[in-house]
Design a protein around this ligand. Structure first.
Ligand code: ADP
Length: 334
């Protein structure tokens, strides 16, 4: 193998740079040249690229974002685009394309694989951790830390004023960040899609828990973590609804894109480094249409189309702890 390419696509995640670095250093070790495409699949269509050498990836492991930039490329779904991408890859003599991204980007990997005879490999880079076949995705650990840092600060001010805060965290349609951040911040309630039933019942449960907490602790702070895309109108609407039900002051906080930024924590740097190196080795072994991931601390290769065909569950033990700690039936009986 002589030449491979890499691109970062979709939502950026801390650790993408660490992953690019590992790909370049591993490839150089084996005498393989690396082309870095810019702006996700757009770079592939427009032949916007640079040769990546060790000197291009020094001093980036600690940086959030991606030196290759990321982007969405809506017209990549067409056959015409995939054929153009294949032509451009062939023109440069590229044998394998490595794509660091999330679920959407992996659909792009498959789509390209259907139109190009070269090898395609996905690396899971998303803060949402919503990819089946890998225990964690690159960026997830940093996102939890970032959310946690903010929630701790919200708690300080919530305590001082004995207020109710509703904190919206990212996760797309999954509750990994929400559940982890809620547990680690000792928040009083969490709403994530996997554990949420009828929204009216959820609202009643929040009110029950709030009343129980006030009976026990008097006026005090109360923190509710809410996953994005769950409550219609988000936490702003939920705060209003809760205020109308309880006549208590409820403050919404949307953490938003800060969760995508920041220097990656060590777990993300190490995961990114392992997966970057392993992806190059898998390319050299002739593998294609796979995602490289990690399961039980071991690197694995997983068929890429299976990564979105199954929904990754939350850690059942974390769910149990959350439910044991905040058992709503105990409150109802009291
Ligand atoms: P993420 O990779 O973070 O999930 P997106 O869902 O926005 O982000 O997807 C990133 C990009 O992947 C899209 O802008 C598009 O270029 C490509 N993509 C997504 N879905 C498909 C698809 N079904 N076929 C081809 N390309 C796709």
């Amino acid at each position: 193998m002589q030449k491979i390419a890499v691109l970062t696509s979709g939502g950026d995640a801390p650790g993408m740079n660490a992953c690019i670095r590992a790909i370049v250093l591993t490839a150089e070790h084996f005498g393989i040249q690396v082309i870095g495409y810019k702006h996700g699949y757009n770079g592939l269509l427009e032949q916007e690229y640079q040769v990546l050498k060790a000197s291009n990836v020094s001093n980036i492991i600690q940086r959030g974002g991606t030196i290759l930039r990321s982007a969405r490329c809506l017209n990549f779904k067409s056959d015409v685009s995939a054929k153009l991408a294949a032509k451009n890859l062939n023109a440069l003599g590229i044998e394998a394309l490595l794509v660091i991204g999330g679920d959407g980007s992996f659909h792009g990997v498959c789509h390209l694989g259907a139109h190009w005879q070269g090898q395609v490999i996905g690396l899971p880079g998303t803060i949402d951790n919503d990819i089946f076949g890998t225990d964690a995705t690159i960026g997830y650990f940093t996102a939890i830390e970032t959310a946690l840092e903010s929630i701790d600060k919200v708690r300080d001010t919530a305590d001082a004023f004995e207020r109710i805060f509703l904190v919206e965290v990212m996760g797309r349609h999954a509750g990994f960040i929400g559940l982890s951040a809620a547990l680690a911040s000792a928040s009083d309630h969490v709403l994530v899609p996997e554990l949420c039933g009828d929204l009216n019942v959820e609202l009643d449960n929040i009110v029950l828990r709030l009343n129980a907490s006030m009976q026990k602790r008097g006026n005090s702070s109360f923190i509710i973590i809410v996953a994005e895309n769950l409550w219609p109108g988000g936490v702003t609407n939920l705060a209003q609804v809760l205020h109308e039900k309880t006549n208590l002051e409820c403050r919404p906080v949307i953490l938003g894109h800060v969760q995508r930024g920041g220097s990656p924590v060590s777990q993300d740097r190490i995961l990114a480094t392992k997966l970057g190196a392993y992806a190059v080795e898998q390319a050299m072994a002739g593998e294609s249409q796979i995602m490289v991931g990690e399961q039980n601390n071991k690197v694995v290769a997983y068929p890429i189309e299976l990564t979105w065909q199954q929904r990754k569950p939350l850690d059942p033990y974390l769910v149990k702890i959350q439910q044991d700690f905040f058992d709503i039936s105990k409150i109802t009986q009291a």
